[in-house]
Design a protein. Structure first.
Length: 279
């Protein structure tokens, strides 16, 4: 099977950020928009690793935020907590340590945290995920064809977290190792096998239809808010543009953002203006 992706040159970046704009830029292919939701400073540290065919990230964030992510086409991203703590909220669904959020191909999604958090990310091309999953079970795994929440067995969680942390430490202590072709291929092969084994053997479920509706509607809301303008739109204006009732929009924003549409629009706009140097 052709996996339809040319190997990339292995590389890594380590950074600590006090600006959401700089943090977003270094999240790169996720095309992130970060909106802190509590008063005070928001800081983040990031390890970003490009392996020949896959990507890995380790993030530590100091405070609550809402993140809007745009997954690249023909890619799937596994996102999970690396330390116990408050859950990660995805379109109203709560994920705890031991859960993997597996994105859809090209999905646009919101995630919310309520306090400081440590996260792990692995990005893998969709054809490669299908190829390795089929190799493990002898047939395509239908549930992996769409966005899923996968609850791992304790042993699988520990194996994935240990390997993810090991790669992070390697990049921090011996960054040149990841650039060596044979070493990077061996690291990547182990990472793919562990991740796909977790996904195949975990207890997977699709988000609820209501969760899908929340995700699609609020992705459209982001497109509306990204248009900018002299002021944030009112809730009524948002509802008209989205073609939904005010009750529905308020319900979706409460589930995904834990705040009203107006408050999210104002905070998002204030953060954009601050990062662009506007008063």
């Amino acid at each position: 099977m052709a996996l339809e992706k040319d190997p990339q040159v292995p590389s890594s970046v380590i950074g600590r950020f006090t600006s959401t704009y700089d943090y977003e830029r270094n999240l790169r292919e996720l095309d992130a928009t970060i909106t802190p939701t509590r008063p005070g400073a928001f800081t983040a540290s990031l390890i970003h690793v490009d392996l020949p065919m896959t990507r890995l990230m380790r993030m530590q964030e100091s405070a609550a935020r809402i993140a809007f992510l745009s997954i690249p086409q023909r890619w799937r991203y596994a996102i999970f907590l690396t330390q116990p703590g408050s859950p990660l909220i995805w379109n109203g669904e709560a994920l705890s340590i031991g859960d993997i959020m597996l994105s859809g191909d090209g999905e646009r999604l919101h995630q919310r945290t309520s306090e400081a958090v440590s996260l792990g990310v692995v990005g893998i091309p969709d054809p490669m995920l299908e190829h390795y999953a089929s190799g493990l079970i002898g047939r395509p795994l239908a549930l992996l064809s769409d966005a899923s929440i996968v609850n791992l067995q304790t042993s699988q969680t520990q194996q994935l977290l240990r390997l993810h942390a090991k790669i992070g430490r390697l990049v921090e202590t011996r960054p040149n190792t990841i650039c060596h072709p044979e070493a990077s291929r061996a690291i990547e092969q182990e990472l793919i096998e562990v991740l796909v084994t977790c996904l195949v053997n975990g207890d997977a479920r699709r988000p609820s239809p209501h969760g899908h509706t929340i995700g699609r509607t609020l992705a459209s809301l982001e497109s509306l808010l990204a248009q900018g303008g002299d002021r944030a739109p009112s809730t009524a204006e948002m509802c008209t543009a989205l073609g939904i009732s005010e009750q529905s929009l308020r319900s979706y924003c409460a589930a995904a953002f834990d705040m009203s549409p107006n408050r999210y629009a104002r905070q998002r706009r204030a953060e954009r203006r601050k990062e662009s140097g506007q008063q």
